[in-house]
Design a protein around this ligand. Structure first.
Ligand SMILES: [Zn+2]
Length: 267
C-alpha cells in the first residue's frame, strides 16, 4: 500500500464514518489480542516509520494551530520538521537506525509503486516517494556532513545533491527552530492527548511507540490548544496512513498503516 500522509483534512470533507466512534465494537472475543512473534529488526523498522510519520503529522498540527506561513508545499515542510525532530531527540546508533529505516520506508513505498505498474501520482500533494527518500537522506546527512558522509554514500545520495545538503539542513533548522523554541518556551505541557484503539498485540506494541512520542513532545512543548492523537482502524479512510484533521485538531494514525509497516519491514 502506498504510504500517504495526508496533510490537512477539512472537517466537512471527512466521511461521517471516519469521525464517529463505535464504542462496544472493539473488544469482542474475536478481536482479543493474540501475541504474535515480531523480530527486533522488524519492529525497529515499524518504530522508525511511526516516529517519523508522527512528527510529520505534528508539523501539520503546528502549521494549523500557530497559523504558520508555509513558503512551499506543506507536505514538504512537514517532512522537514520530521527530520529536524529526529535529530533533536535521538542520538548515536539509535538515531542512525531511525534514519536508515525511515529512508528505507520511503524506498519501500517507491518500489511498491514501481512494482504495481500503476505509475506515479504526479499530481499528488506529496513529493514522489523517491524524492522524499533523497530529501530525507540529504537532510539527515546535511545535519552533520563530516560524520555522516558514509551514510550519504551508503544510501546512494548523488554528489550533486550532497554538496548542498549542509545548507539545506541549516535552512531547515533556521526555519523550524524558532517555532520549536517558541512552543518550548511554554512547555512542558499536556497539549497532546493520546488514545489507542489498537486491537492486535502487535498493533498495540506499535501504538505504544506513538504514546511514547506524545509524552516526549509534551515534555518539551505546549500548544495553544489540545491535539488529540488516536491510533485506530480507519475503515473508509483505509488508504490513508496517518492524517491531521484541521478544525478538530486531531492526529490519526491508522492501524492499517501499522499492519502495512509490519509487512514492509525486513524480517
Ligand atoms: Zn502530511
Amino acid at each position: 500500500m502506498k504510504r500517504v500522509l495526508i496533510a490537512v483534512f477539512l472537517v466537512l470533507a471527512l466521511p461521517v464514518s471516519a469521525a464517529v466512534s463505535e464504542p462496544g465494537k472493539q473488544v469482542d472475543k474475536q478481536d482479543k489480542p493474540v501475541p504474535v512473534p515480531v523480530g527486533e529488526r522488524q519492529f525497529s523498522f515499524v518504530r522508525a516509520n511511526l516516529v517519523s510519520t508522527f512528527y510529520h503529522e505534528f508539523a501539520h498540527a503546528l502549521i494549523d494551530q500557530l497559523d504558520l506561513a508555509v513558503l512551499g508545499q506543506e507536505e514538504d515542510a512537514a517532512d522537514v520538521l520530521s527530520a529536524v525532530l529526529l535529530n533533536r531527540y535521538f542520538h548515536g546508533p539509535a538515531l542512525f537506525a531511525l534514519a536508515h529505516d525511515t529512508a528505507f520506508g520511503f524506498k519501500a513505498d517507491a518500489r511498491a509503486v514501481e512494482r504495481s505498474g500503476d505509475g506515479w501520482a504526479w499530481w499528488d500533494e506529496h513529493g514522489l516517494d523517491w524524492q522524499r527518500y533523497y530529501t530525507f537522506v540529504c537532510l539527515f546527512y546535511g545535519a552533520d556532513p563530516t560524520l555522516r558522509a558514509w551514510f550519504a554514500r551508503a544510501m546512494g545520495l548523488p554528489g550533486s545533491r550532497a554538496e548542498r545538503c549542509g545548507d539545506e539542513y541549516a535552512l531547515a533548522r533556521a526555519s523550524w527552530g524558532p517555532v520549536l523554541d517558541d512552543i518550548s518556551g511554554h512547555g512542558p505541557g499536556h497539549s497532546l492527548s493520546f488514545r489507542s484503539r489498537a486491537r492486535s498485540a502487535r498493533q498495540q506494541r506499535a501504538a505504544e511507540v506513538i504514546g511514547t512520542e506524545v509524552d516526549r513532545l509534551n515534555q518539551s512543548y505546549a500548544l495553544p490548544e489540545t491535539v488529540k492523537v488516536t491510533v485506530r482502524h480507519c475503515r473508509a479512510d483505509s488508504s490513508l496512513a496517518a492524517f491531521y484533521t484541521e478544525g478538530r485538531r486531531k492526529i490519526t494514525v491508522c492501524t492499517e498503516y501499522i499492519d502495512d509497516l509490519y509487512r514492509q519491514a525486513p524480517k
